[in-house]
Design a protein around this ligand. Sequence first.
Ligand SMILES: C[S@@+](CC[C@H](N)C(=O)[O-])C[C@H]1O[C@@H](n2cnc3c(N)ncnc32)[C@H](O)[C@@H]1O
Length: 721
Amino acid sequence: MGRRAKNKQGDPTPLADREVNGLSAKKLGKRKAEFDDEGVKGGLGKRPVKKVKEAVKSKTVKVVEGKGKKVDGKKGVKRKKEGEVTKKSKKAVVVDEDESEGGDEEMEDEGSSEGWEDVDEDELQTQRKSLFDNSDDDEAFDGDLADYDMEDGEHEADDMLRGPVQELDLGSSSEDEDEPASTTRLKGKKSKQSERPAKIIPTGSDASSSSEEDSEEEDGGRVTMKNMEARSKALDAKAAREAELDLAEMRAAAVGSGDEGDDLEGLEDEDDVEGGEGEDGEGAFVLPTAEEREEEKKAGGPQVHVVQRRMKECVRVLGNFRKLGAKGRSRAEYVLQLVSDIANYYGYNEFLAEKLFQLFPVSEAIEFFEANEVPRPVTIRTNTLRARRRDLAQALINRGVNLEPIGKWTNVGLQVFESSVPIGATPEYLAGHYMLQAASSFLPVIALSPQPNERVLDMASAPGGKTTHMAALMQNTGVVFANDANKARTKSLTANVHRLGCKNVVVCSYDGREFPKVMGGFDRVLLDAPCSGTGVISKDASVKTNKTERDFTLLSHLQKQLILCAIDSVTPDSKTGGYLVYSTCSVTVDENEAVVDYALRKRPNVKLVETGLEFGVPGFKSFRGKQFNPAVSMTRRFYPHVHNMDGFFVAKFKVEKRTKKIEKDESEDGEDGEKEAVGAFAFDAEEDKEYIEESKRKSMKAKGLRVPPRPSTKAAPAASS
Ligand SMILES: C[S@@+](CC[C@H](N)C(=O)[O-])C[C@H]1O[C@@H](n2cnc3c(N)ncnc32)[C@H](O)[C@@H]1O
């Protein structure tokens, strides 16, 4: 097939030696900004801690510590004085503070970047990785799961845009064959992905006419302001068509029509390696028995070419098991072998390999695992409080940044293909004209669609990518309470809030489960929940090996608690809103559909509504025998191998008034302890058995009592690679 790889983009390539506006990078200016870690002068992280009420009263952005009194719903946090926190360059480009998100298409092309060329030479020499320092992206929850919370867990968001991952060598040389798998599995070979930077895939509906494609060809080489939109549309159209073809192929393969295995790009060189042996040829594939597998393990694991071939063969057989399955061997045996080989080949623990494998038809699963080996496109979000996308694009193009609009679905996003300057340290970045943010992170905010003058809660908000996006959509009016239980992480949140000039944000630090006790009555709530990060494995490969079954149990439990508190924090009386968006950067069902389904069961006054997102795969209505509320199909899943974005999940709820009947039912349920009473989290005796046990253990531990051993859970062996 070979099309799948085109969906992917390597890191933007530094253009160190390229001339920018007639000047080589080296000739560019000398000023070096003195900024702290968060890119804000003066170490804003050290600002004094204040209580929420004070923050509201003083109408400035403060960090608020947990355990406070209830704060009533005053709107309209007053703007800070201009320039109070954000240091702009003296020669900053003209910024129209009132420009809203939708405005940039009509703007005149006035993008001069004069005065911005004084970038320090050292910065220009910075290594690739530092292109993305100060990344603002969000991240998966990686705290201490035993305490399910926010104990630090700060692997810096910069990871998002780290240097190139090693790429898979899917062929094999004769020398390789004698080496152990662990040494031959990964190779620094240049992959197809980096040959052609790929667009983020929006949706088939974005496909545009062939004239747009023509314009791409006419324009040929470099992106200019003039050809940017047309090129973008043409690329989107092409990419969307390719994505659709890929999906169709994958589905056909899954249904099983014969030669699907040959379509697995990641494994396509295998026949060459093996000298073209097919099933009927000499050395035909024979599925190892359990004993043979044991022996293989004892001998140090299989060789890479053996694993490659076996994976391909297993996928082929599983694609049409009735016809291709060997006599006397079950489908489950092929699956077992395949999962074990996937774990080995891609470096996952077997537990997680299986969990992720189960989400997809067989051949699509390989696509997913392959996509996790490739970095996602580098994207930035224009901060419309400080800049217009057009001006920002021009300014960055003038600096030697090669970029394009992400796609029709966002009018603030830009995809960076290559850059001669560190994207996380340009004057425009430091002046808050943009946020380094994964495209997937735009989605929950677009779905929530906060309106000017509303009162909004971002329940788990650090480092603030989505908070600052919401503040911009609200045009710096109303108020966004940006909460994060991890106080250390509120430093970067506060820094971003200041850098981007958000004046309607109050930063606070409570456990989300304390809402709505500390404050409620919100028009809209975003719960971008702490999660396992199985959608962002390309950024954080540690997820492959450090997640166990217990982690998922605990996370799912925390997410269920948080979502009920989030629902209860929304006022059904809101004149303009009454919505909750739940999102995660994880693709597992336990953290997504199961949480949504739980919320629907526990809170009969909420219903799912369409996210309003133009693309994304519907959530699972059932999974492995478990039936969910059919409305769960209104939720949206995003995948690296389909959308060329981080794996992501978005659900949107409308919170309605509690009827007398609901309240009566709940109080009756409350009596026997089966369901929780209004506003307080309680467990469902049967369904939450595991959680109850875990909770008891925690409270015993806290009291210093001896904790009985946990009942044995499924082992999560480390991957042998
Ligand atoms: C996925 S990240 C949020 C990213 C953020 N929304 C953004 O766009 O930048 C999840 C956050 O949840 C926080 N967190 C973990 N447990 C929490 C809890 N019980 N209450 C509130 N926040 C919590 C973590 O500290 C982490 O910052």
